[in-house]
Design a protein around this ligand. Structure first.
Ligand SMILES: Nc1ncnc2c1ncn2[C@@H]1O[C@H](COP(=O)(O)OP(=O)(O)O)[C@@H](O)[C@H]1O
Ligand SMILES: [Mg+2]
Length: 968
């Protein structure tokens, strides 16, 4: 990897001013060598010198022999997915050679969805058919590998013109910078940064230093050099007109201005910034001085792309090849375009110039140029996505070939860049002649999915309405599923009233009960659940069960939702609810994978009902199957929700490293979905998954969730978020805060969030927090309330929480014997459902109570066991709590190994290695670990080698022993 490639314009002029900025550039360049990732953000108006400063950065980094890679956003190609990253990395990847590329395609298959260099070497056409965050993670890993030998600088310029896929990928890198010496340098127009990136940068700035430089205009003294070529009499006018903007000065110096000749240009997506009239006039004047043919060549270049291939530019302009190179020389000599360091690649002097040239092309000629470009690319066998950009700008209604290519391009990027896919599908639809139902549906269906996947719910709703119109009633399940999808989008949009009417109207069109009705009835039930009308929902589900007849998939779905709606009605009917869930699970297990694939909401609904009924193992198993089937069928529709509940199951089951791995994925997918309620729920589960190992991280997830739901009013969504935040605060020892959040969640009644299991756990946290604050009377009241809520519920884990609450109060009141007995019951009840974390929390109370009655030996035995088990689960804090209690009893509780000798035991492992060591200790094989942590088996093997080396062991059993032996 000996290549240093930076394709920023080579400028010979002296850099003026920018002393402070250069010092900062120098600092980050030096710091990244120390091994830490760095983020540098440069902002300022167009022409102010962002690209110039980046070129300085590139030069300095190259002088230190760093690898430097550069890509840019461009104004006219916003639908080209991952454009800036492809520009920065694709050529470089190709330079690595076919063997290296084959290896990358094998190890990081998701790179194929991003980089043509990799997808060309990959047999897996579906490299693009993955969830978006997997592409982001693959890019991150790639950067880590590229920076392994020497620091890497990744420069992304004009980020305000990023296509959404690039913006999401950058946001990912900003939130989770590569664990390697990588400097990510971004430049964008003031106040035009993509929203998703702005949020990510804000979050990142809380974690680490983000260096921000905002460039100002030059003073008249600083501008003197740039003004020098102009006649002395013009200089002060030029400076005044330029406002001290170096690009404007350079432009105005090039010509004698004729202000007022043309309109301002270059507003594009770059925000409200307008290029001054005088500057536009000056560019226009320069263009008039070109020969007519050279002018056409330049127009072809503006159409071809940025950077452009001169051959394509000539073809777009309709110029014969033998004449093209002379014309290219002319436009280069005039300074309109420059050669890049890479052969046959050229770029405009500045994006403003390109925009001015493009805007000067008459609309008819522009269409013709794009058509010629599309044809030329088609003849060269270019990828559909490359051709699609031109087709979208030139195709005529009814152009069959264009519709096909646009559809292909959309399919290719549907999962990695849904916004681009949606754009191309919309264009294809607009070209489609009336009446072609089949083709229209084939375009509308992926369009609705792409829109929903990026949180464009209002658009998705419109598309689904079109789909339901295209599919007349009587089309069977496809129709009722589309109507149900429409209802769920409308629910997410908060248009409740319309949902019910629409579903009821759809049901009326059906004659008698039939399986077709099931999706409609289930949607009706979900709507009712959202309104808190559980009985109405139950009635709909009962009808759904009847309508499902002997269709096992539909009847499993109906039974699952029925179980949930009964469970939500509380105490006396849990057993009834459980019997429905049992039936649903049985039906589900009889389904073949392709039947599950046809109905991916089913594993989620079933898993959800099982979770609420505290069947964590079964729930986890069914959700895992749902994920596997979804991945195999490249359908990510319900994955974020499915993962969130899986993580929650794993948390209860005490499989914390796995819970964290799954929750982290759910969070990434959830954020990309951009629907506040979904994203908040994934964050809540992540907060829980981290609450026993890393309070700061857990609180951060919780806080992000709260920000997301802050605008949602009168709904259970903010209540749930506050309730879980309360739990996280209690675990973090922030008791006042716990109580405050519980109040915001609706304490003492928690009316809007009726689910009894959650309620009992929140109330138990209130017992703990009030006790910790010495407010024993309140604690007593909460304990009583908890018992009331969970009495007769038939949910052992929820009841156990209330028993533990009571036991804590008893212990505080000096009734240790009764406390021990009750806590013992609680621990056993929790264990009966495999809820190891809940059980351990109760066992610590048991031990404290035993100690208080003088049974110190038993207490010590109990605490040692809890500690060892929680170490194994990765529940560090409960283990630590047990250790503290042990020390309090004067029993041997060795201090953490790290504090004892500094570098023995598992403390010298990296976080990732520890995670893996924990999974080894739980008896997982390498492939299992790879699946759990979403790593490649090869990566896990590499980690294992390092773990063996660091621990000085040779077997997995020894790793397990060391993990178990590590205190705190
Ligand atoms: N500090 C500077 N000293 C000398 N020339 C500069 C300076 N800043 C910008 N320029 C020149 O002004 C022009 C516009 O700068 P550029 O970096 O392309 O602006 P931006 O990227 O912010 O739009 C370029 O020709 C550049 O060389
Ligand atoms: Mg620039």
């Amino acid at each position: 990897m000996a290549v240093t490639r930076h394709n920023l314009p080579v400028t010979e002029t002296r850099l003026i001013g920018r002393t402070r900025e250069l010092a900062e550039v120098e600092r980050v360049v030096a710091d990244v060598a120390a091994g830490a990732p760095e983020i540098l953000v440069i902002s300022g108006e167009p022409g102010i010198g962002k690209t110039r400063l980046l070129a300085e950065l590139a030069g300095r980094a190259a002088a230190r022999r760093y690898a430097v890679l550069t890509g840019r956003g461009t104004e006219l190609e916003l639908a080209a997915p991952f454009a800036a990253l492809v520009e920065a990395l694709d050529g470089f990847l190709r330079s690595l050679g076919p063997r290296h590329l084959d290896d990358l395609a094998q190890r990081l298959p998701h790179l194929a969805g991003v980089f043509p260099a990799v997808s060309e070497r990959s047999d897996d056409e579906g490299g693009g058919a993955a969830e978006r965050y997997l592409h982001h993670r693959a890019i991150r890993t790639l950067l880590e590998e590229l920076a392994a030998k020497r620091p890497l600088v990744l420069i992304l310029d004009d980020v305000h013109w990023s296509d959404p896929a690039t913006a999401e990928a950058i946001a990912h890198l900003v939130r989770r910078p590569p664990a390697a010496p990588v400097l990510l340098a971004l430049a964008y127009r003031t106040s035009a940064e993509p929203g998703i990136l702005a949020v990510a940068l804000q979050d990142a700035a809380r974690e680490r230093h983000v260096s921000r430089l905002s460039l100002r205009t030059l003073t008249s003294r600083q501008a003197a050099d740039l003004l020098a070529p102009a006649p002395a009499s013009d200089r002060s006018r030029i400076f005044g007109e330029s406002g001290g903007n170096p690009f404007y000065i350079e432009q105005l110096v090039r010509t004698t201005a004729e202000p007022g000749v043309t309109e301002p240009v270059g507003t594009g997506d770059g925000g409200p910034i307008q290029t001054p009239v005088g500057v536009v006039a000056s560019i226009a004047q320069e263009l008039r001085q070109l020969s007519a043919d050279a002018g056409r060549m330049l127009e072809g270049a503006a159409v071809a792309g940025e950077p452009f291939d001169p051959e394509l530019a000539a073809e777009a302009a309709g110029i014969p090849p033998d004449h093209a190179l002379d014309l290219l020389d002319e436009v280069v000599a005039r300074g309109f375009v420059r050669a890049e360091p890479v052969p046959r690649v050229f770029r405009f002097r500045h994006p403003i110039v390109r925009r001015a040239v493009y805007d000067s092309i008459g609309p008819g000629r522009r269409i013709a140029s794009h058509r010629r470009a599309a044809e030329a690319l088609g003849q060269r066998g270019a990828a559909p996505a490359t051709v699609a950009h031109h087709l979208a700008l030139c195709a005529r209604p009814g152009d069959d070939g264009a519709i096909t290519v646009l559809g292909q391009a959309a399919a290719k990027v549907a999962s990695s860049a849904p916004v681009s896919a949606a754009h191309w599908l919309s264009v294809a639809l607009s070209l489609l002649p009336a009446g072609e139902h089949g083709r229209r549906l084939a375009l509308l269906t992926p369009l609705a999915q792409a829109q929903a996947a990026t949180g464009s719910l209002a658009e998705a709703r419109q598309t689904l309405i079109q789909i339901t119109d295209e599919l007349p009633p009587g089309t069977g399940l496809a129709w009722s599923q589309a109507v149900a999808s429409l209802a769920s989008v409308e629910l997410a949009l908060g248009r409740d009233s319309g949902v019910r009417r629409r579903l009821e109207a759809a049901l009326e069109t059906l004659s008698g009960p039939s399986p077709v009705a099931v999706p409609l009835l289930v949607a009706l039930a979900m709507d009712a659940a959202f309104q808190g009308e559980f009985e109405r929902g139950e009635q709909a589900c009962v009808k759904a069960v009847a309508a499902a007849h002997d269709d096992p998939g539909l009847s499993s779905l109906a039974e699952s939702v029925l179980a949930l709606l009964i469970e939500l009605q509380g105490a006396p009917r849990i057993a009834e609810s459980a019997s429905h869930v049992t039936r649903a699970a049985k039906e589900f297990e009889r389904l073949a994978d392709d039947q599950v694939a046809a109905q991916l909401d089913l594993p989620w609904q079933l898993g959800l009902a099982e979770f609420h009924l505290e069947r964590y193992e079964a729930s986890a198993g069914h959700l895992q199957r749902g994920i596997a089937v979804a991945q195999a069928s490249s359908n990510s529709q319900y994955l974020a929700e499915t993962r969130a509940f899986l993580a929650y199951d794993l948390y209860f089951l005490g499989r914390l490293p796995e819970a964290q791995a799954v929750a982290a994925e759910a969070v990434e997918a959830g954020r990309l979905m951009r629907v506040a309620a979904f994203a908040a729920w994934t964050l809540v589960v992540a907060a829980m998954s981290w609450s026993l190992t890393d309070a700061r991280q857990a609180l951060r997830f919780g806080e992000e969730a709260l920000t997301m739901v802050s605008e949602i009013e009168d709904s259970m969504v903010p209540d749930t978020t506050h309730g879980h935040m309360g739990l996280v605060c209690a675990a973090a020892g922030e008791h006042e805060r716990c109580i405050a959040h519980m109040q915001l969640a609706g304490a003492p009644d928690f009316k809007r969030f009726g689910e009894a299991g959650r309620r009992s756990m929140w109330i138990e946290a209130l017992v703990r927090s009030t006790l910790a604050l010495g407010r024993r009377d309140e604690a007593r009241e909460w304990a009583a309330r908890g018992e009331e809520v969970s009495a007769g519920l038939g949910l052992p884990v929820a009841e156990a929480a209330s028993q533990r609450g009571r036991a804590l109060v008893l212990l505080a009141d000096g009734e240790a014997e009764a406390a021990a007995e009750l806590a013992q019951l609680a621990a056993a009840a929790a264990l009966s459902r495999g809820a190891r974390i809940e059980a351990a929390a109760s066992r610590i109370v048991v031990a404290r109570a035993l100690a208080a009655t003088g049974q110190v030996t038993q207490a010590v035995v109990e605490l040692r066991a809890v500690r060892a088990e929680m170490e194994q689960c990765g529940a560090r804090w409960i283990a630590q709590e047990a250790a503290r209690e042990l020390r309090g009893l004067g029993a041997a509780a060795p201090a953490p190994v790290s504090r004892r000798s500094g570098d023995t035991g598992t403390t010298q492992l990296s976080v990732r290695e520890r995670e893996i060591a924990l999974l080894v200790a739980q008896g997982n094989s390498n492939p299992q670990i790879a699946r759990a942590l979403y790593l490649s088996p090869k990566t896990v093997e590499g980690h294992m080698r390092r773990i063996f080396r660091k621990l000085g062991v040779t077997s997995r059993a020894q790793v397990a022993a060391q993990v178990a032996g590590t205190a705190d």
